[in-house]
Design a protein around this ligand. Structure first.
Ligand SMILES: Nc1nc2c(ncn2[C@@H]2O[C@H](COP(=O)(O)OP(=O)(O)OP(=O)(O)O)[C@@H](O)[C@H]2O)c(=O)[nH]1
Length: 200
């Protein structure tokens, strides 16, 4: 009798991350992780953006692991850097417009990270970078865009849903599509196979 694979917990409230795992046919339970992301970022203020995204991914997974011993807990984080400035999710529609006005004509560096934690051990981490070149955005376009995309884009870093109207912001995108959506799915699936959560 083959042992059942270990359970997977997704430590996230992200609809986009849930959608990725659902589409990939990965069985999991999604539970939001209550971590103070701003406090962690502040502690790591001098660190590289990839390190911060990785640390946040580990923190989210580690926050839930003790309550789900023997399960694997997957945490993930995305953060945006433009001209050396880090941006979190917009706090209001006006703040979203401010972000977009700043991003206009610049390149967004989107760091997406993931971590697998089991009991009190971080078993695996991964970070990836995508670059999205924002075309020159007129104020009229930004208003039109937010008419359509607010409040949905209030839940996203970079103020875009690439699978929706967000694609109209960009002239060029380099990097993995899943990294853009918020989680480096292909390496995550490899790690899940490696740890027996998924059929290899
Ligand atoms: N739908 C969509 N969401 C995106 C896109 N790019 C980034 N995101 C989301 O932007 C959010 C980034 O914020 P995070 O702090 O990493 O995650 P969160 O939404 O707060 O959820 P947690 O995992 O619970 O922290 C994530 O939900 C990403 O999935 C995109 O192109 N489309």
């Amino acid at each position: 009798m083959k042992a059942a694979p270990p359970r997977l917990i997704l430590a996230s409230k992200s609809a986009s991350r849930r959608a990725m795992l659902d589409a990939a046919g990965v069985p999991y339970e999604a539970i939001p992780a209550d971590v103070d992301e701003r406090a962690i970022e502040a502690e790591l203020s001098g660190a590289a953006s990839a390190e911060i995204a990785e640390a946040l991914s580990v923190a989210k997974a580690a926050a839930l692991a003790p309550a789900h011993l023997d399960a694997f807990v997957l945490g993930s984080d995305s953060l945006v850097v433009v001209d050396g400035q880090r941006f979190d999710k917009p706090t209001s529609r006006e703040n979203a417009a401010e972000h977009l006005r700043f991003f206009s004509g610049k390149t967004i560096e989107l760091h997406s990270a993931a971590a697998l934690v089991r009991d009190d051990t971080c078993e695996w981490t991964y970070t990836d970078l995508a670059r999205l070149t924002v075309r020159d955005l007129s104020d009229e376009f930004i208003e039109h865009y937010l008419e359509q995309e607010w409040p949905a884009v209030g839940y996203t870093v970079g103020v875009f849903r690439i699978e929706a109207m967000g694609v109209q912001l960009f002239g060029e995108i380099t990097g993995d599509q899943f990294t853009v959506l918020g989680m480096p799915l292909l390496p995550v699936l490899g790690a899940l196979r490696e740890h027996g959560v998924l059929q290899a």
